[in-house]
Ligand binder design. Structure first.
Ligand code: IPE
Ligand code: IPE
Ligand code: MG
Length: 255
């Protein structure tokens, strides 16, 4: 008999139990953390206050994912397109990793979390890159949840860079065209070594990928919520996982 974990969602419409089976927890959850600006605007606050509160939601999501037994949690924190935003907002966002890690790194270490970063780190300001590098180095020996930040990440850029480097290897003779397989590409993308996301969560009611993990999301289950990212908590993750467990993944085949 399947052992069941019961969790309770506190919702405006009253409390209702959510049943989650410990046998079918998504191994890799990827999150498009969206709606920080609108969350702030609705409160008459500057957008950056939304980002500040979004940081707290990152912590809540990390703890909840870890408790559930998720192995990989990828958080879309800054896209290659987000540079189009006003300079002040970009600068604030680039300072956030430093602040987040100053507050949370010790606890992440205590929780055995491994911090990783996925994106064009060379394009980051030095203070952002240093903060991330330090977190990655200090959690390197850990064996728990992999908390993977997509920072200055773009799905098309990732594929473009991968194709360029494979092309160069073909040119030098290190690789032949027949060597290019799905496995090799999986390995060479920035997510190399990680399984594809089982579940993608996007907050704030937007239903698009915004250049996130275009290759890796090929067969992921997608879950959207109207909740703005700064409001995201454990109950929403449980709701997403409960829905994930009701889905039938067919991968093009038949049940
Ligand atoms: C998500 O919130 C954070 C980043 C994209 C960095 P937004 O800043 O996109 O918030 P909205 O979508 O404008 O509300
Ligand atoms: C996606 O959100 C990027 C991140 C969450 C980091 P955006 O707010 O940038 O996406 P669009 O512009 O609405 O597609
Ligand atoms: Mg947005």
């Amino acid at each position: 008999m399947i052992k069941r974990v019961q969790a309770w969602l506190s919702r405006k419409d009253g409390q209702r139990p959510v049943e989650i089976s410990p046998d079918n927890i998504p191994q890799h959850v990827a999150v498009i953390m969206d709606g920080n600006g609108r969350w702030a605007k609705r409160r008459g606050l500057p957008r950056i206050v939304g980002h500040q509160n979004g940081m707290k939601a990152v912590k809540r999501a990390t703890i909840a994912a870890d408790e559930l037994g998720v192995k990989y949690l990828t958080m879309y924190a800054f896209s290659t397109e987000n540079w189009k935003r006003p300079k002040e907002e970009v600068e604030f966002l680039m300072r956030l990793p430093e602040e987040f890690l100053a507050i949370e790194l010790d606890e992440l270490i205590a929780k055995n979390v491994q911090v990783r970063v996925m994106g064009d780190t060379d394009g980051l300001p030095s203070y952002t890159r240093r903060a991330m590098e330090e977190a990655v180095a200090r959690t390197d020996g850990n064996t728990g949840l992999i908390l993977n930040f997509a920072l200055n990440y773009g799905g098309r850029k990732e594929i473009e860079d991968c194709m360029r480097s494979l092309g160069q290897e073909i040119q030098t003779g290190a690789l032949s065209p027949e060597d290019i397989t799905t496995d090799l590409i999986n390995d060479r993308l920035l997510s190399g070594g990680m399984p594809d996301p089982d579940l993608l969560i996007r907050t704030s009611g937007e239903m698009r990928l915004s250049n996130f993990m275009l290759w890796q999301l090929a067969y992921s289950e997608l879950w959207f919520t109207d909740v703005y990212w700064p409001e995201f908590g454990k109950e929403h993750l449980l709701e997403a996982v409960a829905e994930y467990q009701r889905r039938t993944r067919r991968y093009g085949g038949l049940k």
